[in-house]
Design a protein around this ligand. Structure first.
Ligand code: NAD
Length: 327
């Protein structure tokens, strides 16, 4: 049984806890949050020891894995300390606030050998995994064009409203848009050229559109969290191949060919235990990414997906190429 120490029990900490509660052979044995009531909510029904500051958990808890779900501006400090403590560390995305900080983490990894996974969860989301496989198979011919879109109302849940403070979160462009940027880099690699426009009317209304050009096709990536609260969150993509279109409109996942329009089946996973209601599919890519991570840890295997260097490379691309384009 792997012992998990979870630091940060807000929105994402609660999501991770729900996953750990249904994952096989893992147990949350320590939780930390400076808002005690948040830690207590997650510890309820477990034997987890509750800590206040995450540094106390790192110093005192007997754990195999540390999972950091802290606000982004705290990732570097806590990840550096955690890498001295455990062999397996999970850090939510974006890896850090700055490129210099992610380079510090890479240096620490070289010293400690700690296996680190970053929460670039789109790499594990069923539709995006299916698209990766379709691209690898190449059975629909060459890519003609691709579009990825992630648009959202402004997030209002953050502790002390840290998310809406760009000096603490990087703003929408860094916090939300990095999901698609990371995925696009993971399947298409670095583009030959890019053109990016960011509407900076106000930080809150920040809207990014980037066109990445490859050999003979372009990928457009669009992101914002400047929509009114009445607008639904939407994460969509469309990839046009020579002989088919693969489209995820956020509701249906479709394959269009010359002869047919059919839904692409995604296997629904049944609940592993009766610990939590609902279907594991409700936990989406979060379950998949933590299943991968904990399986690596249980078997003493290296983390090879959504690695620290992947997360650092995506952050560097976003900050030094894409967002710097019109700076
Ligand atoms: N992968 C995704 O889809 C996704 C979605 C949302 C957020 N995130 C990322 O997850 C991370 C956390 O975001 P969130 O939305 O959960 O934020 P949040 O504000 O809801 O939660 C952060 C928690 O950290 C606690 N905290 C602050 N300082 C602490 C300290 N020193 N020690 C212990 N606890 C402390 C706060 O009390 C709060 O409960 C961020 O990096 C964010 O970008 C990822």
């Amino acid at each position: 049984m792997l012992k998990i120490g979870l630091i940060g029990c807000g929105f994402m900490g609660a999501m991770h806890a729900n996953c750990y509660k249904v994952l096989p052979d893992v147990e949350i044995t320590a939780v930390a949050d400076i808002r005690r009531e948040k830690a207590e909510e997650i510890a309820a029904g477990t034997n987890a020891t509750i800590y206040g500051d995450g540094m106390d958990l790192i110093a005192q808890a007997d754990v195999d894995i540390i999972d950091i779900c802290l606000p982004t501006f705290l990732h570097a400090e806590y990840a550096l300390a955690a890498m001295d403590k455990v062999k397996y560390l999970f850090v939510e995305k974006p890896v850090t606030l700055t490129v210099a900080e992610s380079e510090q983490l890479l240096k620490k990894q070289a010293e400690t050998g700690c296996q680190v996974q970053i929460g670039q969860v789109i790499r594990f989301w069923d539709e995006y995994v299916a698209l990766r496989n379709i691209l690898a198979e190449g059975k629909y011919g060459k890519v003609v064009n691709a579009n990825f879109r992630r648009i959202s109302p402004t997030p209002e849940w953050g502790w002390q409203d840290w998310l809406r403070n760009p000096t603490l979160s990087g703003g929408a462009a860094q916090d939300l848009h990095i999901h698609d940027v990371d995925y696009v880099l993971s399947v298409f690699g670095e583009p030959a050229n890019l053109y990016s426009v960011r509407n900076t009317l106000s930080e809150e209304k920040s809207y990014v559109n980037t066109l990445l050009s490859y050999d003979d096709f372009a990928v457009s990536v669009e992101g914002t969290w400047g929509l009114p609260a009445t607008h639904p969150f939407q994460a969509t993509f469309r990839v046009v191949f020579e002989n088919a279109v693969v489209e995820n409109d956020g509701g249906k996942f479709m394959l269009y060919t010359a002869d047919s329009a059919e839904e692409i089946a995604i296997e629904k996973k049944e609940l592993a235990t009766a610990a939590a209601g609902g279907n594991i599919s409700d936990l989406g890519g979060y379950y998949n990414e933590l299943l991968y991570f904990t399986t690596c840890a249980a078997n003493g295997k290296p983390v090879e997906q959504a690695t620290l260097s992947d997360g650092a490379a995506s952050l560097k691309f976003l900050l030094t190429k894409e967002l710097a384009f019109n700076a």
